[in-house]
Design a binder for this molecule. Structure first.
Ligand code: CIR
Length: 264
């Protein structure tokens, strides 16, 4: 089983409040209708890749709750409830907990510090945990202990300054290859991987997701798509321009795992 072989996912529909999602820039707010359309296309793509998708209802009090990747981590053997670094996102965890308890054989929980799922990159040999403005050293150390308890090796790495999450700037393309920004590729964090580096004006392409045999990537990145095609990878483009206005990308809209006993 490869770390990107998935047959199940959990997503949450955006609420109308998503237009007030956290954003580091002072640009115009996104449109709810366009975000809902991007989310719809995303869910359809996961389904067409063979995943059974659990769609949770919107949570209006939590504008960023559509980004289910941040409050939890999921593996076949267990889910881990995290402690998001942004105060407005902390209680998203409680809202997700009953679904995870009903779905996974075990649910562990971070008790100290802060960690966002967007800072966690699962690779074949180890789980990378990025220290960022959302994930602190205490949270990362706590997460390492929980990962060890389920038999996963992990390593704590530093996310370059100015990057929201580790996975804003990198993603796994295959078992030996990552898509990464130039800064991250040069940082040493990803040593041991072959890095495909998009041109700087397509750096947002680095938040992609490998799902089974396809890399889902953002629509507006034709040159990165070409690089991936040259590498022999099948790609599928998805719109994400609107969620990008609130600092989000493709990885953050789902929790994905391989549910034992399912065939796809
Ligand atoms: C936030 O700032 O928390 C949201 N507006 C965006 C979260 C994106 N999450 C992710 O990339 N894992």
């Amino acid at each position: 089983m490869r770390v990107f072989d998935f047959n199940a996912a959990i997503v949450r529909r955006p609420g109308f409040s998503v237009v007030c999602g956290l954003s580091a820039s002072a640009g115009p707010p996104p449109s709810f209708d366009l975000i809902a359309a991007e989310h719809g296309a995303y869910v359809a793509a996961l389904e067409s890749a063979g995943l059974v998708v659990t769609v949770l209802p919107p949570l209006e009090p939590f504008p960023d709750s559509v980004f289910v990747e941040d409050p939890a981590l999921v593996f076949a053997e267990a889910a881990i409830l995290l402690r998001p670094g942004a105060p407005t996102r902390r209680d998203e965890v409680d809202a997700l907990k009953p679904t995870l308890e009903a779905t996974f054989p075990a649910v562990l929980a971070l008790t100290d510090g802060f960690a966002d799922g967007g800072d966690v990159l699962v690779t074949p040999g180890r789980v990378l945990i990025g220290l960022s403005s959302r994930t602190d050293a205490v949270g990362a150390a706590n997460l390492q202990r929980l990962l060890a308890a389920i038999g996963r090796r992990s390593e704590v790495v530093a996310v370059p300054h100015g990057t929201l999450h580790l996975k804003s700037d990198c993603s796994l393309v295959d078992e030996e290859t990552v898509l990464a920004t130039d800064t991250l590729a040069r940082s040493g964090i990803l040593d041991g991987f072959r890095a495909i580096v998009p041109p700087d004006d397509e750096r947002h392409a680095c938040n992609a997701i490998r799902v089974n045999d396809t890399v889902f990537m953002r629509t507006e990145c034709p040159r990165t798509r070409e690089l991936l095609a040259r590498h022999g990878v099948d790609t599928r483009c998805l719109p994400a321009r609107e969620i990008a206005k609130i600092d989000a990308g493709l990885s953050c809209m789902s929790l994905r795992w391989h549910r034992p006993g399912k065939t796809t």
